[in-house]
Design a protein around this ligand. Sequence first.
Ligand code: ADP
Ligand code: MG
Length: 692
Amino acid sequence: MTATEQRPVTALRGVGSALAERLRRLGVAQVQDLLFVLPRTYEDRTRTTPIGALLPGMRAVIEGEVQLTEVTFRRRRQLLSRLADGSGHVTLRFFHFSGKQQQGLVRGARLRCHGEVRRGPLGLEIVHPEYRHIGPDTEALEDTLTPIYPMTEGVTQGRLRALIAQALGELRSAGVREWLPTPILESLHLPPLGRALEYVHRPPRDARLEVLAAGRHPAQRRLAFEELLAHTLALRLVKRTVQSAPAAPLADADCLEARFVAALPFRLTGAQQRALTEIDSDLASTHPMVRLVQGDVGCGKTAVAAAAAARAVGSGMQAALMAPTELLAEQHWRSFEAWFRPLGLPVAHLSGSKAARARASARETIASGEVQLIVGTHALFQEGIEFARLALVIVDEQHRFGVQQRLALKEKGDRDGATPHQLIMTATPIPRTLAMTAYADLDVSVIDELPPGRTPVKTVALPEERRAEIVARIAAACREGRQVYWVCPLIEESDELRYQAAEETAAQLAEALPDVRLGLVHGRMPAAKKEQAMAAFKAGRIQLLVATTVIEVGVDVPNATLMVIENAERMGLAQLHQLRGRVGRGAQESSCVLLYRKPLSPIAAERLRAIRESNDGFAIAQRDLELRGPGELLGTRQTGLAQLRVADLSRDADLLPRVQQAVEVILREHPDIIAPLTARWIGDGERYGRVG
Ligand code: ADP
Ligand code: MG
């Protein structure tokens, strides 16, 4: 290690214990960590923009004269200051401000500020601009692009820039430790680490904003590669840790799995069979299975999971299935009941809505081992249920069950002597190279075939102006006894706006369709209310369900045959595909109407075409990746890779095969560099638990 790596930030000028604590929240403890606080984006502060030319969403430098400053109390105390330059005026809005600051913003004061322009109640405004007074000795404008760093409470951009400048000084004199083995570096054809860091923190004069803001510069790619490598390695270590524990091998002496499969009312598809074979071979092992089953909505993941559960039971052990919501848990419980009852096996249902007495007795039968199959929500399992002999945990829709939970299960296993096998099911298909990074802590099985006899959902795209026609179609569908989903626009700004938009749409539809029983679900409803509405829809009491994008992934309402998606042009392909999967679950032909607002951007048009032309989740995921949409598909939020600093799984997808190769080489030949690399990019491993 070089001296810089070991120097705590408090060694820097002006860093006391309070600031050090705030920096710690950015993952910064050592001076060198500052170099890895990477710009979120860049701004061009090399020239000013006339205030009259500002547009919402723009980041700009402006100069002007204060016309008026006042403190108001709209909801909360705030300082408003109006700045004008002859071409127009703009409001500066501060929620945190000092008396001194207020005094400085007197009428006539001249300021230079920068920040993001947005539309406010008084016209265009900038909230908390960075600003300084213009005086005789004001510096010239910046001569290079300005990096914008991620924010943390109490550390301003200016402060951070100054600290990073000091760290860069040390970088120049002491260098930075290059952990990557030379052959890997050479094959990358990307700049060395030190040069890359220098470039991203201090772009040279000829650096181009479009390139840097898009994250496409080789210096950024160099860092993205190392970051992806570090995360993948950390996940692989998690996998190794979990799989090093002892587990009960499930030999299924009773041949229950085979009997279960034979008794199913259908034959497993080839893809289901393949996934089950992979699962069986894992379950026979004395180490825990940690396997993800990926498959499109409706491909029949539940039956595969149930067959695995049958193997556990046939081995004298217990299997538990966890679902993210009560409604999904109940749906799974019904499937399990239908399949296992005839075999003489009871299935316990852990439900929050059951009376305390019934819950207590369910708990007892689980603790005594009398019941071997258990279905419930994640929440109920987290309440510390005692199992007699739990050998298999099945998790539906994995995104609420992360690396931490897997490690926790292992720890539980460590106490009991054996870790349960884990089977995770997800309906978010992602391309293979991506899965190998995002799910590097899991083995992956793919079910890429739908059961025979399904009628594909007919998808059409229509402009907003044809809304009236669609309303007529809804009326017709409801008259025929069918049900309909209406998905409201995707509004990023806030929960509040999303909710208003959904309410408004529901009100309009209610007026246009007075005979239709209409329900509404949105993200601001308490979970229990949401579930009630979903349950009412499932039971047919609601005919038209207006919803924000919160509708549950796995909910099965075979009678719903029409889905309308508003503002479809703003959604990612994978999300559209997921939503569409809620219809087409019955024997009736279903359709999906994508409503869009003109004009369509070329990318949006391409997306709508792709979704109309394909029903295959994997093909769509691949296309999404190529189109570099809003990155929704990757559902990076669902994986451990949520908080990448420079890398972007979608944008940097082409790096992934090389990351994979490097991971294998490092695991095999350079295990000693894993710890420092992961420490550099992930910190003390809090995110992935203590690994190694
Ligand atoms: P998902 O993979 O989306 O969870 P499900 O497990 O809910 O899909 O299965 C969807 C429907 O298909 C269920 O009604 C299930 O019983 C049925 N199913 C599963 N496998 C087959 C099969 N091989 N042949 C026919 N129907 C099947
Ligand atoms: Mg499912």
